[in-house]
Design a protein around this ligand. Structure first.
Ligand code: ADP
Ligand code: MG
Length: 447
């Protein structure tokens, strides 16, 4: 059968398996041309080209060989004009003067220095896909995960990449706190209200960090809701980050939460040992050292072992060790690292089972549910407080050496029956996957 480029590509997709057919990179392919010698497919970026070459080249080639008779070559070419730009964006910014002013991007946070492992692979891939297809399939993109795991880095990386490949796009990075402050200013000063709206509602790419901050800020939520709707309906891209999944965002309006789930929700998880080590190796090289001598490798492995939860801490420890070694003129090796880190850092203490206190548990639960400081110890019986309180009591029972009476006292309770009741309740709820995950999350945070 005589193929056109399109029919050949369809035939190839048909032969690939389901996951491949749905792959975000393969979906960006445009069949370009077909001759006896070669079949050329075009993709929007080098990165997509690499991904396809690494993961699909041989499969595609196999089908190509079946479909064409005489050794037709497969070529993947990059055509940056394939990067999709929302039509609205093109019409809004027709004149040269009309080009972006305020992006607030940190040029150091780019995809090129974002080290990818199991825990962040999906976030990384989706973030890249979003930069190549603003307002497309992954709109909005919602990235969530714990502190110091790279959410902010990815937001800026999207912005920086879009700025590179489509310099005319309007990009805006803000934290949700800044969004709120500017919104408040705009209410107080009517003349700036229009400016505020124009700024947020005409951007092609809104990168908004730490959205969990909007909890309980009803007015700002309302404004964000309206901003969201305008952007979304104009196919402008929204990317948000949060320290928890949309369903865990308490005190945020349901209609907002459901919108967050319209596009893609991706979790960024804690890095495993290999990723921690890979990140440290990269940070070491970023400091201008090309080689990693054996003794440095040992130091890096040691840090990767003791700092497990947070990439910011990984970096911090490395910087600290390097600085101290250079100030004291000592050699940076494993003995030095052990000596400096021993006992003096919260991390090394943490890894040796620091005692967990009721106060620490209350603090972490209060923070998570965004309650007031004394809600847990109060007599209030609303559902929004009872559940967190029971969880906190349960954690005290499981994780501390405190007696039931001690725990009762820590929660200003007269006797310990409440504590027992709370523990039974929580144990029942542990059958539910979300609750189990939440408890595990607290345990990890406290460890
Ligand atoms: P979050 O916003 O999730 O709290 P950040 O994006 O601020 O975390 O990341 C904390 C630090 O760790 C930043 O300096 C960032 O560059 C670095 N970092 C996080 N993840 C990676 C990664 N995968 N590769 C390289 N550096 C990373
Ligand atoms: Mg952040």
């Amino acid at each position: 059968m005589q193929h056109t480029p399109d029919s050949l590509w369809l035939a190839i997709l048909e032969e690939l398996d389901e996951t491949a057919r749905n792959d975000i990179y393969l979906r960006q392919v445009i069949p370009h041309s077909l001759t006896d010698e070669s079949f050329i497919i075009a993709v929007p970026s080098d990165y997509t080209q690499d991904e396809i070459e690494d993961r699909f080249f041989s499969d595609i080639k196999k089908v190509l060989d079946d479909q064409t008779s005489n050794g037709c070559k497969l070529k993947i070419s990059v055509d940056t004009s394939l990067v999709k730009i929302p039509e609205t964006a093109q019409t809004v910014h027709s004149s040269e003067e009309d080009i972006p002013e305020i992006a607030n991007l940190n040029p150091n946070y780019v995809f090129e220095n974002f080290v990818v492992g199991q825990s962040n692979r999906i976030c990384d891939a989706t973030a890249r896909a979003v930069s190549d297809d603003l307002g497309g399939e992954y709109n909005p993109l919602f990235i969530y995960g714990g502190v110091g795991l790279g959410k902010t880095h990815l937001l800026h990386a999207i912005g920086n990449r879009v700025q590179n490949i489509a310099p005319k796009r309007r990009i805006l990075y803000v934290t949700s706190e800044i969004f709120m402050n500017e919104y408040i200013e705009s209410i107080m000063d009517r003349t700036s209200a229009q400016g505020f709206r124009t700024k947020y509602r005409t951007t092609d790419l809104l990168l908004i960090d730490d959205i969990q901050f909007l909890a309980r800020k009803e007015g700002t939520q309302e404004e964000f809701f309206n901003t969201f709707n305008v952007l979304y309906h104009n196919s402008n891209q929204i990317v948000m980050t949060s320290d928890r999944s949309p369903s865990m965002l308490n005190n945020l309006e349901e209609r907002l939460i459901s919108r967050f789930e319209w596009g893609m929700v991706a979790e960024i998880d804690k890095p495993n040992y290999e990723l921690r080590l890979a990140i440290l190796r990269q940070k070491w090289q970023d400091q201008g050292f090309d080689n990693i001598a054996d003794e440095i490798h040992e130091v890096l492995s040691y840090i990767a072992e003791i700092v497990t939860a947070n990439i910011r801490e990984l970096e911090g420890i490395l910087i600290r060790l390097t600085a101290q070694a250079s100030i004291s003129g000592e050699r940076l090796d494993i003995d030095f690292a052990r000596r400096v880190l021993n006992d003096t850092t919260p991390i090394s203490r943490g890894s040796r089972q620091k005692a967990i206190t009721a106060a620490a548990i209350q603090r972490i639960v209060t923070d998570h549910f965004q309650l007031d400081n004394d809600d847990l110890t109060s007599a209030k019986r609303t559902k929004a407080i009872v559940f967190p309180r029971q969880i906190a009591m349960y954690l005290c029972r499981e994780l501390t050496q405190l007696s039931l009476l001690d725990i009762a006292e820590a929660f200003h309770r007269q006797n310990h029956t409440t504590i027992i009741h709370a523990c039974t309740q929580v144990e029942k709820l542990l059958k539910d996957k979300e609750t189990k995950k939440l408890i595990q999350h607290f345990i990890d945070e406290l460890a």
